[in-house]
Design a protein around this ligand. Structure first.
Ligand code: UGA
Length: 435
């Protein structure tokens, strides 16, 4: 088996490397020559734990290659995966499919012999139909099937998610294409991973339904956290109390500053737009989008309140700016709302993140970027924890107190124990737990 992976972004690179680890020959293609040259030197364009090692092993094993030559990669492939970006389209909130359709056209021009074209990018319902139409129009003689195979990788644990998934979803009614996909995922049969074969449109919707459901679950617990603060209850205990019910499940019930990242904000919005377009508005998801947007902004208010009602002229130390730990991804991170709002309220901000500062410097201005946690909080009037990197979970509290001007800590991820913070003499604010 030989596959071509079009796009070496997050999804394409991880999926390509993992398929090669399964023993398939993989060629990853990207238009960006600099990126491909760096990959040839084993320099990863993203931070993802274990990825560099995986790539290195499979390149030296001869199963993984990188190229800018789409034509050659596609010609020799049994299956071609489209893993290009589908960002939010400016102006209307729909997913921008220009990269997907562009790739479909190029693939059509290059394909040789029966080829399975697989959309791995997150695409709205009906995109597979349009990909098929474009290929047919470009190459009326082509022998191919278009399959939907959404990814369910989480940044930071993407390799594990690929190697040990809860399920694999494959959307196609062609038995010939099903057989190719079955071959590709054969290693997962050994660990008895459920493989769900379904219609292409259904598969496309499964991806959005999964992400929007998870986003709704987080938003639900975030609102319950706000209520906990009003009524004097503890959201962590509520999460546990409801999560132990198998029908609810305990994952994705961690209250925080609002979901961010490259997927949930974009996918919730895109599904809302699709539903409106079909005249079947999804009122729950529309509300989830609004509540989450508001929430990220409200987090700055929480910090200001913790600082006695004003941060004007104060220095605020921020730990963690990535949208979650173990990634350098800043897309739609809550920090992008919180930090500018604090600056607007007159605060100066010093910040540190173990991996995301490179990207963050491009997106946030006026921040004093530091080399480590303790330098960041030196002489600050409050410490705000936005991203729960492991290294922020065990700070030396005496040292923290000694460095801060005032022992004010705002923990937006509920990493610390309230009693411990109280005993250590902190004025501690967290999410959905009594003060
Ligand atoms: C998400 C999904 O979890 C993946 O299954 C999916 O494949 C991926 O999107 C995608 O569509 O590509 P990801 O965005 O990497 O993965 O990260 P998550 O771990 O899902 O976290 C998303 C956001 O929700 C983060 O901001 C995180 O801090 C927040 N979150 C998550 C919470 O606030 N509370 C929780 O309990 C869980």
């Amino acid at each position: 088996m030989r596959i071509a992976m079009i796009g070496t972004g997050y999804v394409g690179l991880v999926s390509g490397a993992c398929f090669s680890e399964f023993g398939t020959n993989v060629v990853c293609v990207d238009k960006d020559e600099t990126k491909i040259n760096k990959l040839h030197e084993n320099i990863m364009p993203i931070f993802e734990p274990g990825l560099d090692k995986l790539v290195e092993n499979n390149v030296s094993g001869g199963r993984l290659e990188f190229t800018t030559d789409l034509k050659e990669a596609v010609q020799s492939a049994d299956a071609v995966f489209i893993a290009v970006g589908t960002p939010t389209r400016r102006g209307d909130g729909h997913a921008d499919l220009s990269y997907v359709y562009g790739a479909a056209k190029e693939i059509a021009e290059a394909m040789d012999g029966y080829t399975v074209v697989v959309t791995k990018s997150t695409v709205p319902v009906g995109t597979g139909d349009e990909v098929e139409r474009i290929i047919r129009e470009t190459r009326p003689d082509a022998d191919f099937d278009v399959v939907s195979n959404p990814e369910f990788l989480r940044e930071g644990s993407a390799i594990e998610d690929f190697m040990r998934p809860d399920r694999v979803v494959i959307g196609t009614e062609s038995e010939r294409a099903q057989e190719v996909m079955r071959q590709l995922y054969r290693p997962l049969f050994l660990i008895e991973t459920p493989i769900l074969f379904t219609q292409r449109r259904t598969s496309e919707l499964i991806k959005y339904a999964a992400n929007t459901f998870l986003a709704a679950k987080i938003t639900f617990i975030n609102e319950i956290a706000d209520l906990c603060e009003e009524v004097g209850a503890d959201v962590q205990a509520v999460s546990k109390g409801i999560g132990l019910d198998g029908r609810i499940g305990k994952k994705f019930l961690h209250a925080g500053p609002g979901y961010g990242g490259s997927c949930f904000p974009k996918d919730t919005l895109a599904l809302v737009k699709t539903a409106q377009q079909y005249g079947r508005p999804l009122k729950i998801i529309e509300t989830v989008v609004d509540v989450n947007e508001q929430r990220k902004k409200q987090m700055a208010e929480k910090v200001i309140k913790a600082c006695g009602g004003s941060v004007d002229g104060k220095k605020i130390a921020v730990l963690g700016v990535a949208f979650k730990p173990n990634t350098d991804d800043m897309r739609d991170s809550p920090s992008l709302d919180i930090i500018p709002a604090l600056q607007e309220a007159g605060a100066s901000v010093a910040a540190f993140d173990p991996e995301a500062m490179g990207e963050a410097k491009e997106m946030l201005s006026g921040v004093d970027w530091k080399e480590n946690s303790y330098d960041t909080m030196d002489n600050a009037d409050a410490l705000v924890l936005i991203t729960e990197w492991n290294e922020f979970r065990m700070l030396d509290l005496d040292r923290v107190k000694g460095l801060l001007n005032a022992p004010v800590m705002v923990d937006l991820r509920n990493v610390y124990n309230r009693q411990e913070m109280k005993d250590a003499g902190f004025d501690y604010t967290c999410i959905g737990r009594p003060k």
